[in-house]
Design a protein around this ligand. Structure first.
Ligand SMILES: Nc1ncnc2c1ncn2[C@@H]1O[C@H](COP(=O)(O)OP(=O)(O)O)[C@@H](O)[C@H]1O
Ligand SMILES: [Mg+2]
Length: 239
């Protein structure tokens, strides 16, 4: 039987920035396959390239070199004009600072990506409500972000990330602004989501990272844990 194609496939991926006469390789030659479903944690010191890697996977940033395939699409082949739609429908993003729209209620925040995707008003209202119930916030649907706790705001943001049912959810230090008990709840929610989607979560916490199915260590733009990363190990041994 054929092995299923990975949902995310990175090949010799580089992202470099110029800083004066210097070049910074934020992502420096990463090979990685992620399957459909499951939770992958990326751990690494500040500046190791974690956010850059997520942005490139999520088509928020173009790689300098190498290829990114997500859900069967080679990101390099997607015309600029179609990238917004790709991002809206294929990836859901969760940020450390929640990034909710302050003058919209929780349910309006969750419905917004569906509005951009052209989902009819009634359908998006009922789906947004169902998503808020899924993250246990049905009672807070009419609250604005400033009436919610940090953990509640992050749950709204997670519901919003699921609005268009993306196969990939990318979370960049989603618990960085939360206390550890609340952070753990957010992780458990991401674990549950990873039963039906691919979740990539960046974290500073080794303890939370251990809740993932797989842990990748990033340092200076490179993956360093060959033991956990068979595809990278094979690539390196051939180099
Ligand atoms: N837009 C940018 N312009 C220049 N340098 C950048 C930019 N984004 C990130 N970098 C640099 O790339 C490296 C990795 O950054 P980042 O991906 O944000 O790391 P992390 O998320 O692990 O803290 C750092 O040296 C950072 O300064
Ligand atoms: Mg970062």
């Amino acid at each position: 039987m054929n092995k299923p194609a990975p949902l995310v496939e990175l090949r010799d991926l580089w992202k470099s920035y110029r800083k004066g006469s210097e070049t910074i390789d934020a992502v420096a030659g990463i090979d990685l396959d992620l399957p459909e479903r499951g939770m992958v944690a990326i751990v690494g010191p500040s500046g190791s390239g974690k956010s850059t890697l997520l942005h490139v996977i999520g088509a928020m940033d173009r790689p300098t070199r190498g290829s990114v395939r997500v859900a069967g699409r080679n990101l390099g082949d997607i015309p600029q004009g179609e990238l917004t739609r790709f991002r809206r429908e294929v990836v859901g993003f969760v940020f450390q600072t929640f990034n909710l729209i302050p003058n919209l209620t929780a349910v309006e925040n969750v419905a917004l990506p569906m509005e951009f995707s052209g989902v009819a008003r009634a359908a998006r209202a009922s789906r947004a409500k169902a998503l808020l119930e899924r993250v246990d916030l049905g009672q807070r649907a009419r609250h604005r972000p400033n009436e919610l706790s940090g953990g509640e705001m992050q749950r709204v943001a997670i519901a919003r990330a699921l609005a268009n049912e993306p196969p990939v959810v990318l979370a960049d230090e989603p618990t960085g602004n939360l206390d550890s008990a609340t952070g753990r709840l957010i992780y458990e929610l991401l674990q549950a989501i990873a039963r039906e989607r691919t979740v990539v979560v960046v974290t500073h916490s080794e303890e939370l990272a251990r809740l993932a199915d797989r842990v990748l260590h990033l340092r200076d733009g490179r993956l360093s844990n060959a033991a956990h990363d068979h595809s990278a190990r094979e690539a390196r041994s051939g180099a």
